[in-house]
Ligand binder design. Sequence first.
Ligand code: DX5
Ligand code: ZN
Length: 234
Amino acid sequence: MVKIAASILAADFSDLYEAVRKVEKAADSLHFDIMDGHFVPNITFGPDIVRSLRDKVGLPFEAHLMVDNPQEWIVPFARAGCDLITVHIETSYHLDRLITLIKKEGVKAGVALNPSTSLGQLEHILSRVDLVLPMTVNPGFGAQEFLSWVLPKIRTLREIAREKGLSLEIEVDGGINQATAKEAATSGATVLVAGTAVFNVNDPKEAVFELKRSCGSLFSREKEGVVQWRQRLD
Ligand code: DX5
Ligand code: ZN
């Protein structure tokens, strides 16, 4: 069953908590895209935004660090309330040190790959991480076109995880909508990050359910706010 991480990059920043409330009962986590204007040509927000939402929102928080010096931001985002911190393999010579630092904070560790970055560099670190995030857009902005040429990389990653017996989350990030969600899920994604497809629509909660349904997950509403999911028996 595919999970949805709602990326607040596409939310209405002028009323952020209200935007998050609309997806809280449908999304599986909240995805914070942290950008420093160096690793990517955009600047977003810092740990204080995470902290401001932490006690109000009952979802797991994940920080996607698109920053040049992730070693300086792991502790601040962990202590602001993140449950998962994902660093880009392209931003460090010492990835194992970063993973150790994240785990020392008691949060889950993810590693992200830009579209053109090969899986090879993960070989000796794969068993140490909880999640791999293959980007399906070049990082820095929401509302970009899904890069379908990344799909073979996702399929290969799923095969490697299976061969090694790793219970790895594969979180596909960028350009996810109803059409691309199914492609990403059938290629091996266990989590889909969605920003524009969720926040730039009239009913964000329904948009999350639509994305899950488009990946073949049915749901029956047990009672208000409680939703049981069952996989469609194809
Ligand atoms: C891009 C970010 C993505 C982005 C997803 O650098 O990492 O998480 O916000 O936004 P959409 O779903 O609009 O592509
Ligand atoms: Zn992201």
